[in-house]
Design a protein around this ligand. Structure first.
Ligand code: 26V
Length: 821
């Protein structure tokens, strides 16, 4: 089923055959879920040919391979995306249509594989798409969590977490690979024995072990026959089925191993930006890392006999510090199993591992108590201890007598293992994810390391895949773009710049805004169905969707909505352009202020949406269960994209890019990748407000910010802040939002009040919002800016990001896969 030779009849026959073989049903008898499965297997059949062909090219050409090591892959649904990348989306839609089936309904049957929290996990998914599309050999390595990111229900305005049993009907795109099972060892102790040549051998004894069994998922490149692999590991008990049930000791052990296996991969930790230091999480990390490294080395050894040349063929990219034990696991295998000396092994390891930092938030920096680390991973701990011993000597040699340096930089210090330090010391590359972020790492957070290893530091500004976030999510706009500039943008997003001349063309403007309107109608219908709220597609759709975190400042957004409502209430006759404020966000289950912010948004929504006095001029909508699948629709429908983090806190952001690509105007701070977006689109087409990162950092350093002063001197602000505790939005429980009130004003609650400078930036935000509404009413100006946002989104393709990783870090070989059929 090659592009252009798609055979509708054969495809439908394949769907019918699958229904017969899987369910013993005819097309007429099958339900939509069964049809989804049958269609997916028909698509997988096509994919498998290319997957095989890609493997053959790997075997023949022996390209260098990147192993993208990540605790999270937020893939989103595969069916539609696979069809797009096979270039068969429209053909399959038509074929299904002819037999009375609707591809939208079928796609909607697929669970959203949500093996990730947010930005970091979704970035990994976009990177896999780009690696295949650009023709590079890659494995994504992760965990096959039984339960992914929780499903969010809103009950009485509060978030309730519901387990995400994504595998309950079976997942058609995965392939079980028990032939690549590995053993992973935890605990016990290390015995040292002498080899005949006098060298030492380290043997782990009395350990518990589990088996790691991989499932492969195909990652289809766009129109190029390349299919890479996402390899996610399941766990199973080793001895359970072999156990001699009359031997009590063994039985006990077998049950323990069974429990360990079950717990290990049970659930994704639904935290983002906060370390809980849970033992199970460290087990998860070592589990998938050890399995993946073993697999990578086995693959290498199959056709190479000199392990010293590993860096020529293999590179491990560490997606944040979560997989940093890769470094020690590789050392362990090289020293203990391959018999290399320490220096040789270190030479190889430090040419094979590279690290990406995704946050400067101190709470998210991973540090493990030595006690846990040593108990769980005794041999790995010895190796980390030796890496640290040598590194501390290096620091002392370079900075004699400077104990501060050792205290700040050592890997083991204060009873903790500092994972970022390990990753930097062992990595050959350390990168941030947007220019500003990398500068902050170099100048502030990782300054000591930058001074010692300047050559390791580099920036790779994040990107997103246009295949999912424009072609699939916004087919109307995708077709419009193709109509004007051809379809080269699908693999070369910089070509969007050719839309620039159309930005000033009245007809193009009209078409562009008509498409935006149709996407707003599509979202309005979704909102009507899910929230029961009517929203006006002609109002301004002002959208903030992302994880809920205090630094992302959803609180600032909703305080501003309250402020607008106060203005309108006080003066119902005022000139007021209708606005719809749309939120979507999951809060970590134990994050109290985040959960309370969700409740606040819903409470404000209840009051405002039901206040007849304001005649529906403001609507507030909280979209339940924000996830990849509904995100695609939300980006397509947005007029205004809220990217309002406290400057310096958002490493990059990637949602910002998805909105921009879909022609929304950004309302944002000079933070993360917003800075580069402003540079690309021009300051006339973006709404920037608030303090700069330098100002924020200076206030933090000097501790000279006093929100109370602002509260006392600004009546409008005082009013909204007081409304948090006077029952305006929680008449039955006026104290409900007390903690949010306190977070702004009360120094007892946090290290200092208003940690994220909400009151400080409030007036500047109000002004920017005013500029936005005025601008929106100039239809032509707005349309021009919207088109220019799409036209200048080219830089933010993950294809560009991946090409930079390849050129400057990984140095992979390009592969070509011939047509399979
Ligand atoms: C951190 C932690 C801390 C330990 C508990 C579990 C857990 C899970 C995930 C994370 C990752 C937080 C870092 C993160 O997601 N960073 C985001 O990365 C995006 C991609 O680079 C970037 O666009 C966002 O700005 C950044 O917040």
């Amino acid at each position: 089923m090659k592009s252009g030779v798609f055979d509708k009849k054969a495809f439908i026959q394949s769907v019918r055959d699958n229904l017969k073989n899987l369910y013993r049903k005819t097309l007429e008898e099958a339900d939509q879920q069964e049809i989804f499965q049958a269609v997916s297997f028909a698509v997988k059949d096509v994919i498998n040919d290319r997957w095989l062909a890609t493997q053959q090219v790997f075997d023949k050409e022996d390209p260098k391979i990147v192993y993208y090591m990540s605790m999270e892959f937020l893939m989103g649904r595969a069916l539609g995306n696979n069809l797009i990348n096979l270039k068969e989306y429209k053909e399959v839609r038509e074929a299904l249509d002819e037999i009375g089936l609707n591809l939208d309904v079928i796609e909607d049957q697929e669970p959203d594989p949500a093996l990730g929290n947010g930005g970091l996990g979704r970035l990994a998914a976009c990177f896999m798409d780009s690696l295949s599309t650009l023709g590079y050999a890659a494995y994504g390595c992760g965990i096959r969590y039984r339960y992914g990111m929780f499903k969010q229900k809103i009950q009485d305005g509060f978030q309730v977490e519901v387990p995400d049993n994504w595998l309950k009907n079976g997942y058609p795109f995965e392939l079980h690979r028990p032939e690549y099972t590995y053993e992973i060892k935890f605990g016990g102790h290390v015995r040292t024995e002498s080899r005949e040549d006098g060298s030492l051998r380290f043997v782990q004894e009395d350990y518990q072990s589990v088996l790691a069994i991989p499932y492969d998922m195909p990652v289809v490149g766009y129109g190029n026959n390349v299919v890479n692999t996402l390899m996610i590991w399941d766990a199973a008990a080793k001895d359970y089925f072999e156990l001699d049930s009359f031997d009590k000791g063994d039985y006990q052990k077998a049950v323990e191993q069974q429990n360990l296996a079950r717990n290990l991969v049970e659930v994704l930790y639904p935290n983002d930006n906060h370390v809980a230091g849970k033992e199970l999480r460290l087990k998860q990390q070592y589990f998938f890392v050890s399995a993946s490294v073993q697999r990578a080395l086995a693959r290498y050894k199959k056709n190479h006999d000199d392990i010293r040349r590993l860096p020529e063929k293999v590179t491990f990219q560490l997606n944040d510090t979560h997989p940093t034990v890769t470094v020690a696991e590789l050392m362990r295998i090289l020293v203990d199993e391959e018999g290399l000396g320490w220096d040789e092994a270190w030479e190889i390891t430090t040419k094979t591992c590279a690290y990406t930092n995704h946050t400067i938030m101190a709470e998210a920096l991973e540090k493990w108590p030595i006690e846990i680390f040593q108990r769980l991973l005794p041999r790995i701990y010895q190796i980390v201890d030796e890496i640290n011993r040598r590194f501390v000597l290096q620091i002392q040699e370079r900075y004699p007598g400077d104990d501060g340096k050792v205290a700040r930089m050592a890997i083991l210090y204060d009873g903790q293992v500092k994972m970022a330090h390990l990753a930097i010391v062992a990595g050959y590359s350390v990168n941030g994810v947007a220019r500003l972020h990398t500068e902050i790492l170099k100048n502030e957070q990782l300054h000591d390391f930058y001074e010692m290893f300047p050559e390791k530091f580099n920036n790779k500004t994040n990107g997103i895949t246009q295949r999912r976030f424009l072609m699939h999510g916004n087919p109307l706009l995708a077709d419009w773009v193709t109509k004007h500039i051809g379809d080269g943008w699908i693999t070369e997003l910089m070509q969007l710049a050719r839309l620039v001349p159309y930005a000033s063309d009245a007809k193009a403007q009209k078409e562009f805004m008509e498409i935006k309107r149709r996407n707003k109608v599509r979202l309005a219908e979704y909102i009507k169905e899910h929230n029961g709220i009517e929203v006006d597609p002609d109002s301004i759709f002002d959208v903030q969707v992302k994880r809920l975190h205090e630094y992302k400042r959803q609180f600032l957004n909703i305080l501003h909505v309250m402020y607008l409502y106060n203005e309108l209430k006080a003066n119902p006759q005022m000139d007021f352009y209708p606005r719809t404020f749309i939120f979507g966000a999951k809060a970590a289950a134990g994050y109290r202020n985040a959960k309370l912010t969700i409740k606040l948004i819903n409470s404000v929504a209840d009051v405002i949406n039901n206040d007849a006095d304001i005649k529906g001029k403001i609507k507030v909508v909280f979209i339940e269960d924000y996830r990849v699948s509904n995100a695609e629709w939300i980006f397509a429908a947005a007029d205004v994209s809220e990217q309002i983090s406290t400057a310096s806190k958002e490493a990059s952001g990637t949602g910002n890019m998805k909105f921009m690509l879909n022609g929304a105007l950004t309302l944002g701070t000079m933070d993360g990748a917003n800075v580069e977006m402003a540079e690309e689109v021009g300051m006339e087409n973006i709404f920037i407000f608030g303090m700069s990162s330098e100002e924020v950092i200076a206030h933090e350093r000097n501790r000279d910010y006093d929100p109370m002063q602002i509260y006392n001197s600004d009546e409008g602000i005082r009013k909204v802040v007081n409304q948090l505790v006077d029952g305006t939005f929680s008449p039955n429980d006026p104290g409900l939002f007390r903690d949010l009130y306190n977070s702004l004003l009360n120094t007892q609650c946090t290290q200092y009040a208003d940690t994220y400078f909400i009151l400080k930036d409030f007036r500047s935000y109000v002004d920017a919002q005013k500029r936005i509404v005025e601008y929106y009413q100039d239809k032509q100006a707005w349309a021009k800016s919207a088109i220019l946002n799409t036209a200048h989104a080219g830089k933010f393709s993950s294809d560009r990001t991946i090409q930079e990783y390849v050129d400057e870090i990984w140095h992979l070989d390009h592969i070509t896969v011939p047509d399979a059929l």
